[in-house]
Design a protein around this ligand. Structure first.
Ligand code: GRF
Length: 201
């Protein structure tokens, strides 16, 4: 399975996926390209160090559709079959979602459908939840709302801040993302309506 990864920043989830592909933990796969919308994303250097081709596609005042069209072309040119959003901070256009229908997955730092959107960990702290975590899900046209592949939970203590909770969740994100991509690579995830069934071949 040819994987394309989209980032905007640090890229720690991208690194987890690239390393798991290299070690064979994600079977039969290759990371064909890492694309960033930000030229200074720290993840770009980490991808290059791992021998993965990188491309920067800046928005440059274009519409979302125009910007996405260039990204879609970069992915299709390399035969990408699964797009992993890993800290990619832009919403995808409808045409992007349609071009890769049920082939885009994302990781979000909350137990969806709780706390979609930005600053999920801060939202969780402010709400006073006692359990939070991360969710790997398919991307559809609605924000953080597509079929859920898997989730990992973490306890939130009274000492936690948005920063400490982010760090706790991040530890689980890497394992969760690798596990989810590996399930997809093995053909063990099927979408039925609004639900992703795991374990079905
Ligand atoms: C992660 O918390 C991820 O859940 C969210 O953005 C952050 C990206 O971190 N979507 P990194 O760039 O993968 O280190």
């Amino acid at each position: 399975m040819k994987i394309g990864i989209l980032i905007s920043g640090r890229g720690s989830n991208m690194v987890a996926i690239v390393d798991a592909v290299k070690s064979g933990e994600i079977p039969g796969s290759e990371v064909g390209v890492v694309i960033s919308d930000k030229p200074n994303a720290a993840g770009l250097e980490k991808a290059r160090e791992r021998g993965v081709e990188t491309v920067v596609v800046e928005r440059k005042g274009r519409t979302r559709e125009e910007h996405d069209a260039e990204i879609i072309a970069e992915l299709q040119r390399r035969g990408v079959e699964l797009v992993c959003l890993a800290g990619y901070m832009r919403l995808l256009s409808k045409s992007f979602v349609r071009a890769f229908e049920n082939k885009i997955i994302n990781i979000h730092p909350s137990l969806l459908p709780a706390f979609p959107g930005l600053d999920a960990q801060k939202q969780a702290i402010e709400h006073g939840v006692k359990i939070s975590g991360c969710t790997v899900h398919f991307v559809d046209e609605d924000l953080d709302a597509g079929p859920i592949i898997l989730q990992k939970a973490v306890e939130v203590t009274s000492e936690d801040t948005a920063e400490s909770l982010s760090a706790k969740i991040l530890e689980h994100e890497h394992a969760a993302y690798v596990e989810a991509v590996s399930l997809v690579a093995k053909g063990e995830v099927k979408i039925e309506g609004r639900t992703a069934k795991v374990g079905a071949r």
